[in-house]
Design a protein around this ligand. Structure first.
Ligand SMILES: [Zn+2]
Length: 339
């Protein structure tokens, strides 16, 4: 019972604290590794640097009757507690809520998968559907699949939404822009891959393309370094360069002509603020994170409980090799923001 009440006190304290503004220029703090939690730890560092997410969570006051295992509540508590450097284990209850609902304790995780699991559980378990939708919109990339029949030119369209942009990478050298171009490139569906055309009412050679409908405020890019070859997963250590700032024009270039109309604006700017790093091979890996809480601040390197200042050159070291960038988090710059 004592533990319950101390938890309740703790919780009320955080509820009260939500009425205060929190510092945006916070110092990144370390997180202990509990049962191989490096993947969740690294993701939490990136979520913690996403002040837009904290702004939404701060509008939510969970009712007293909410279950202890509720993921969004523990997520909010963890992010607020991470700003208190004296707190010994800000993420302990959040990890327990994830272990309770979705992931197995003590196993190797895939950061993109866990990123999706966390956002999906927030959607499912947050009683305030409007705020859950706000969080969804913060990360949601909208695309439209377009399959065009080569014979009658009829286009079948299907809307799709994604929390991360899944970019395939080549064995040779890549740039973020080249990966985006390949993702949106038109593909011919022929030689056994013909698509059923609803107008011709039979299978026809077709082209398959993706049209970008909208980009979110927070753009998560997933560099797909794990490839499944005949049942074996291997990691691609090839080079992928990425900029710390880019203009949405790089998306316009990837859009083929017939889908380019009414695409999102090409003059918006994104700035990198977090990189989730995978160290090791497909079999044995560890996750760490580079974080830049605000554009004016320096980079930090968070490896579980250890946090050190870092340079942009250190982040660039994750282009290739053993310690490779796996998820990139970019934030859309507002019109009036400097830098
Ligand atoms: Zn047709």
């Amino acid at each position: 019972m004592g533990e319950f009440w101390s938890k309740m006190d703790h919780y009320r304290q955080y509820r009260r604290s939500t009425s205060y503004s929190y510092s945006r220029d916070y110092e990144v703090r370390g997180l202990l590794n509990y049962s191989l939690s490096c993947c969740v730890n690294s993701l939490l560092q990136s979520f913690s640097a996403t002040t837009e997410l904290l702004d939404i969570l701060n509008k939510w006051y969970p009712s007293d009757g909410i279950e202890q295992s509720n993921v969004p509540q523990q997520f909010k508590n963890a992010l607020l507690a991470m700003r208190d450097k004296s707190h010994p284990a800000p993420h302990r209850d959040f990890l327990d809520s994830l272990y309770y609902h979705a992931i197995r304790r003590g196993t190797q995780q895939d950061a993109d998968e866990i990123f999706h699991i966390i956002l999906d559980l927030i959607q499912k378990q947050m009683p305030d559907v409007c705020l859950a939708q706000e969080i969804r919109s913060l990360y949601e990339i909208k695309v439209e699949t377009q399959v065009q029949c080569s014979k009658c030119l009829f286009i079948q369209r299907e809307p799709n939404s994604l929390f991360s942009l899944p970019l395939a990478i080549r064995e040779s050298e890549n740039t973020l822009e080249s990966c985006i171009n390949s993702y949106f490139q038109l593909q011919n569906l022929e030689n056994g891959e013909e698509h059923h055309c609803n107008q011709c009412e039979q299978k026809q050679p077709s082209t398959h393309g993706l049209k970008l409908v909208s980009l979110p405020l927070i753009l998560c890019v997933h560099l797909k370094r794990f490839r499944n070859d005949r049942g074996f997963t291997r990691k691609l250590h090839s080079k992928v360069t990425f900029p710390d700032n880019f203009n949405t024009g790089i998306f316009a270039a990837g859009q083929s002509e017939n889908v380019a109309n009414d695409s999102p604006r090409a003059d918006e700017h994104y700035s990198l603020y977090a990189v989730i790093v995978h160290i090791g091979t497909a079999m044995f890996g560890h996750y760490t994170a580079y974080i830049r809480p605000t554009q004016d601040q320096k980079w930090y390197y968070a490896d579980d409980s250890s946090v050190q200042p870092a340079r942009w050159a250190d982040v660039q070291d994750t282009y290739k090799g053993c310690d490779t960038a796996y998820l990139l988090l970019y934030r859309k710059k507002s019109c009036n923001s400097s830098g």
